[in-house]
Structure formats: structure tokens, C-alpha cells
Design a binder for this molecule. Structure first.
Ligand code: WTA
Length: 639
């Protein structure tokens, strides 16, 4: 683990010479060999059809077998895989042997519905064990899953089901949020009313609330799954068999279905989980606080930890239900030794006060992780002091839905001097660079764009159903050099360590969630009172960025009358309804005009100045330079 094949020395190795001495292949072969392969591969990487990679292509394996059965066969059936905590306080301890039975039953249930290898399954579930059973049952049968975050709207679910033409939807009657039972099936019913590809809806009873029922289409999980045999023999699939599709926001209004496959993905998910957190099977109690609806939940609640035979905590609810010490109480209760969360939650803990963690015994913590956005040094230091007792490493992990697994992080135990706020250095086997506009690597102390200059095992294999969009989005910016463009700005410090600086495109990062400005704009203009909208991400002390919308209203709504306040509330709610509550703008400002260039492009930079109450920057490229004073005069303060 101390092996470091690719420590950056900034400007020294500028051009992507395909180094013959490069031992990445050997490194990843070693990592892949830790999995069980039914048919061993003969070739590590085939990059001949770049940017379409094939890793371990002639090997065959079953991902679910690797995550579950092989641990049971090796005598670890009694080890807990998940300590699950429901929000209302109900709990479940699920051993690897339990998991094997549950996944087998679920797989048998899916087979009984006539699903065949390659069919897509959509999953919208709360953070309950059935979510894991469902994902692993899909993996076991070679059915690519598409998990949709529980907070997404019916419209968002519908478009994801349509794009993947899913045949089955797995959902729940409701979910617990902040102490309340909230309906879920109402929303999923609304979505599937318009999706002819869906043949069945499998429903977990979680809250016991009344639901509408469509005979023939809807099936209760406890009727169908519980009645199945609890054994199932897994079949091996090609290493490049699709494992899942996960939708993420891009720079246009339509989310992209990021496609991940099996062998390479599992290899890197497992390796990075072991290395980044120094995970020790059978000893650690590991807790990743993400939701399974995001990539972090896929790679670091389900696939990576299970491949490594981790004992994990899984928690259903919000961090302050029923009180603000809930997470610390859970850490104390289970003796959590590795805790992986997001800067936005750390900043929320800071706001709640350090006396709250101080009430609990957190001495079991050994490694702390962070993901989702750049972690500000203040939050990093607070995290280490008040959770880690100034003992633990804080591992800042940079990666993306597209990278599938952690790419840049200071590995604990490798003697790296900690740098609060820096993800520091690519993992062994991974290569990253910071380059300028021309694709030339920048020097120490300089900033530029983050690129990945070599393929990696867990890389996305494409955008579902849209080959061109895959090339265009990730590979056209530095086509000449063949670099993957991550969409993030970054800087080398004087030691050549990497500091992430946030997105350089029109993607916002709100509490670690990616939301595109275009998506929110199209939700806004779908409201009858809106003529035009422009959205920016403004710096926010808790959520990293917050969504600020500028709208031009139509007709009478534009009069600035008493109805204006109602309209603003209605617009914020409209966006929440169209996309989901995470996309609700913090502010909506009604303006008479939007700043545009002569070619009609909205100058978001200027709107960001307004949103962050800064002096307005250079306006010389505006078609009409007076627009900004018009906007500013009309606003007289945030709406
Ligand atoms: C940002 C989440 C700085 C970044 C795993 C990236 C980060 C986007 C970090 C991906 C980090 C994630 N430091 N920025 N440690 N982790 N990001 O697809 O802008 O939801 O491009 O994947 O989050 O978000 P995604």
C-alpha cells in the first residue's frame, strides 16, 4: 500500500509519453486478482478503441458472489455485514450469511418476474436493507440497475426510467424523514403512469401507510420475495457486462446516464476502499453516511466495502432526528472506526456546536474521510479535532460519478504530511494532471484544469444510449492529448500536491450534490409566470454553493405588485417539485433584464457577483452595459 507509482513533480513530465516503464497494468492486475474470477482474464487493459476502455475483458466474474457468497464460503457467514439503524429507532443486524439468503431470495423473485440478463431495473428506495438486497440481486443476475435518489421528483424518476427503458421499478410505500412518515409510492405511481416499459412495481412496506394499488402491476416485496427459496447459484458474466447506470447532472438540462461495468469497477472500488481508509476486514466498523442514490453509496456502501468483507453501519434518517447527536450516538454504539462523510455535514456539525460530539465516546474512530466538494481547511481541522481527537488522519477523497471510485486522496499510513484542504495526490495506479487551456501541464504554484491522462479500471464506459455525448463531454476538450476532462479546476502547490478548486463548468455543487444550472433554468421556465431565467451557484457557508435564480416574469406577474412574494415562493416550490427539494433555489430574484453578450449568451459571472453581493466585474462584453445597473437598482437587496 505504500507503493506510489505516480507522485507528481509538476512540470517535469509534461507530455503524455506512453511510458513503457509504466506499471499501472501490473498494479491493477494485482488488485483484480484479489477478486474471485470464474474465468481469469489474460489481458488487463484494451485501450485500442479509446476513449472506450475494456478492462480484464476476457475474464468472467459475478459481482454479487464477490460481495457476498465468497465470504460465507470462506467461513465468515456470521460476520455482520450491516448494522442497520432505522430513523425511528428500529434496528437490524445483517450477517453475510443473512445477506446471502436475502440476495438469493430477491434474485429468485426477479427471475420469477421474467427478467433476463441485460434488462434494466430502476430502484427508488429509502436507506433500508432492501436497497442493498435489490442492487446485489440485480448484479447477481446481470440486470443493470439504475438507482434514483429518494428525494428526486416523479418527473426526474420518469425521465430516468424512460431513458433506460427499465422493466421493473423497486420502491417503498413511504420513508421516514425527520420523524415523519412521508409517502413514496404516490410519487413513483405518478412517474410510472407515463412509462410503458415498466411491467411491474415491487413495493417494500416501510411505513405502513395506505397506498394506491394497481392489480397485476404492483407486488408487495413481502409477498413475492419472502416466499422465494433462499438459495441461488450465481452465473458468471463478462468483466465488461454493464453493472449499473447512474444519472448525474451535466451542463445541459438532461441528466446523463453514466454507465459502469463489472470487473474493473469492482477492482477499483474494492482497492480504493481498502487503501483510502486503511480498511481491515473483520476488525473495522465502517460507516459511509451517503445515500445509496449517489455514486458514493454505490461504491462505498455497497460494492467496495462488501467486496472487502467490511462490517458497515447503514443509517436511514437525517442527522438531527431525533436530536443533533444522532451520528455520534451511532458511532459510540457500534464502535465505528472509519467514518466517511461530506464537508456540508461537517459544517452543519460545526454550526450545532462542538459540545454535542463532546458528549459521546468517539475514541473508536481511527480514520475520517471526506467527499463531495473541496473541504475548507477550517472544516478539516474541526473534523479532526472534534471527531478525531486530533489523532486520526482526515482523508479528502476526490472523485466523481464518472470515475466510479476514489482517484485522488492522501492515503493514510503512507507518511504523507497532512494538508488541510488538499486531496494531495493520485492513488497508486492512477494518474492525474493539472493543465492549462492548451493541455500543457502547469508548474508548481499554478492553477488550471484537472485531467486524467491515463485510463483507470472504474472509469465510466459511456453515457447510456449516447456515444457522442460521452466523447463530447469528457474527451473533446483535450482531444489532442487524449485527456479526460473532469470539469474541475485545480492547483499544484509548491510540493506538487493537488488542491481542488471546484467546477469550471455550469454545474453547481450544493451540499455535495451536483445540479446543473440548465436543469434548474428549464424547471423555472416551465412555470407559466416565467419568461426567462438564469441560475448561478453562489458561495454558501454551509452548503458550499447555493442556488440563486434570476427571473424575468411575464405579464401581470412582472408588475412588482404584492403578488411578487407569492410568485417567488411558488417558483421555489415549483423547482422542488420538478427536480426535487435539493434543487430548490435559496433565492429567486426578479429582474427586468438578464446580462447577455452580443451573441446572446448569459453572463453568469456577473450574476454571481450580484448573488454574492460583490462589486460587479468587467461588463464590456455585454450587449447593453446598462443592464447591470438596471438589475442592481431594481434589487435593492436579496428577494
Ligand atoms: C466535486 C461525488 C473537491 C467535484 C463522488 C467533482 C470534490 C464532483 C471532491 C463530483 C473533493 C467531489 N474535493 N471536489 N474531495 N469530491 N468533488 O459525481 O467538483 O456527485 O467533479 O461524485 O464533486 O460529484 P459526484
Amino acid at each position: 500500500m505504500t507503493r506510489r507509482t505516480d507522485r507528481h513533480t509538476a512540470a517535469e513530465d509534461q507530455i503524455p509519453a506512453p511510458a513503457p516503464a509504466d506499471d499501472r497494468g501490473g498494479f491493477w492486475a494485482e488488485q483484480a486478482a484479489r477478486l474471485h474470477w470464474d474465468t481469469p482474464w489474460t489481458r488487463v487493459l484494451d485501450w485500442s478503441d479509446a476513449p472506450f476502455a475494456k478492462w480484464f475483458a476476457d475474464g468472467r466474474l459475478n459481482v454479487a458472489y464477490n460481495c457476498v457468497d465468497r465470504h460465507v464460503e470462506a467461513g465468515h457467514g456470521d460476520q455482520v455485514a450491516f448494522h442497520w439503524e432505522g430513523e425511528p429507532g428500529d434496528t437490524r443486524n445483517i450477517t453475510y450469511a443473512d445477506l446471502q439468503r436475502e440476495v438469493s431470495r430477491t434474485a429468485n423473485a426477479l427471475l420469477s418476474l421474467g427478467l433476463a440478463t441485460g434488462d434494466r431495473v430502476a430502484i427508488q428506495l429509502p436507506m433500508i436493507p432492501e436497497a442493498v438486497f435489490a442492487m446485489l440481486a440485480c448484479a447477481r443476475l446481470g440486470l443493470p440497475h439504475s438507482v434514483v435518489f429518494g428525494g428526486f421528483s416523479p418527473a426526474a424518476l420518469q425521465s430516468r426510467i424512460e431513458d433506460a427503458e427499465a422493466k421493473l421499478l423497486i420502491t417503498a410505500d413511504g420513508q421516514y424523514r425527520r420523524g415523519q412518515a412521508v409517502a413514496m409510492k404516490d410519487g413513483t405511481d405518478e412517474a410510472v403512469a407515463h412509462t410503458p416499459s415498466i411491467e411491474h412495481v415491487l413495493v417494500v412496506r416501510r411505513t405502513g401507510s395506505a397506498v394506491a394499488w394497481t392489480e397485476g402491476r404492483d407486488l408487495w416485496w413481502h409477498d413475492l420475495v419472502d416466499a422465494q427459496a433462499d438459495t441461488h447459484t450465481p452465473e458468471a458474466f463478462d468483466a465488461e457486462h454493464p453493472l449499473f447506470i447512474l444519472y448525474t447532472s451535466g451542463t445541459t438540462g438532461k441528466p446523463k446516464g453514466i454507465l459502469h461495468t463489472s470487473g474493473g469497477y469492482l477492482t477499483q472500488a474494492a482497492y480504493s476502499h481498502r487503501a483510502a481508509f486503511d480498511h481491515r476486514a473483520g476488525q473495522d466498523v465502517y460507516w459511509c453516511t451517503a445515500d445509496i442514490g449517489w455514486i458514493t453509496g454505490h461504491s462505498y456502501i455497497v460494492y467496495g466495502p462488501l467486496a472487502n468483507r467490511a462490517t458497515s453501519v447503514m443509517y436511514e434518517g437525517t442527522p438531527n432526528t431525533p436530536h443533533e447527536g444522532r451520528h455520534f450516538e451511532i458511532i459510540q454504539k457500534y464502535g465505528v472506526s472509519i467514518y466517511y462523510t461530506a464537508p456540508t455535514l461537517i459544517r452543519t456539525f460545526m454550526k450545532w456546536g462542538e459540545d454535542i460530539p463532546a458528549r459521546y465516546d468517539l475514541s473508536s474512530l481511527r480514520v475520517l474521510g471526506s467527499v463531495g466538494e473541496p473541504i475548507n481547511p477550517q472544516a478539516w481541522l474541526w473534523y479532526r479535532e472534534h471527531l478525531g481527537g486530533n489523532r486520526t488522519p482526515v482523508v479528502d477523497t476526490w472523485w466523481q460519478t464518472e470515475t466510479g471510485a476514489i482517484m485522488i486522496a492522501p492515503l493514510p499510513g503512507t507518511g504523507l504530511a497532512p494538508k488541510p484542504g488538499s486531496a494531495q495526490t493520485p492513488l497508486p495506479g492512477i494518474s492525474a494532471k493539472v493543465v492549462d487551456d492548451q493541455g500543457v501541464e502547469v508548474g508548481k504554484g499554478e492553477s488550471g484544469y484537472l485531467v486524467l491522462d491515463r485510463p483507470w479500471p472504474a472509469m465510466l464506459r459511456g453515457v447510456w444510449g449516447d456515444t457522442e455525448r460521452y466523447r463530447e463531454t469528457y474527451w473533446s476538450r483535450f482531444a489532442q492529448q487524449g485527456y479526460y476532462f473532469a470539469g474541475d479546476g485545480a492547483r499544484y502547490d509548491e510540493d506538487g500536491d493537488i488542491w481542488l478548486l471546484g467546477r469550471v463548468d455550469d454545474v453547481m455543487n450544493v451540499s455535495g450534490h451536483r445540479i446543473s444550472t440548465a436543469e434548474v433554468e428549464s424547471a423555472l421556465v416551465s412555470h407559466p409566470s416565467v419568461a426567462e431565467a438564469a441560475v448561478v451557484g453562489a458561495t454558501d457557508a454551509t452548503t458550499g454553493q447555493a442556488i440563486v435564480a434570476f427571473v424575468i416574469l411575464r405579464g401581470s406577474a412582472a408588475d412588482g405588485s404584492a403578488e411578487a412574494a407569492d410568485t417567488i415562493t411558488a417558483l421555489r416550490n415549483h423547482v422542488a417539485q420538478e427536480i426535487g427539494p435539493i434543487a430548490k433555489p435559496r433565492q429567486v430574484m426578479v429582474v427586468p433584464e438578464l446580462p447577455k453578450t452580443r451573441s446572446g449568451k448569459i453572463m453568469r459571472r456577473l450574476l454571481r457577483d450580484v448573488a454574492e453581493q460583490r462589486e460587479i466585474g468587467d461588463v464590456t462584453t455585454l450587449a447593453d452595459a446598462s443592464v447591470m445597473s438596471l438589475i442592481n437598482n431594481g434589487l435593492g437587496g436579496p428577494a
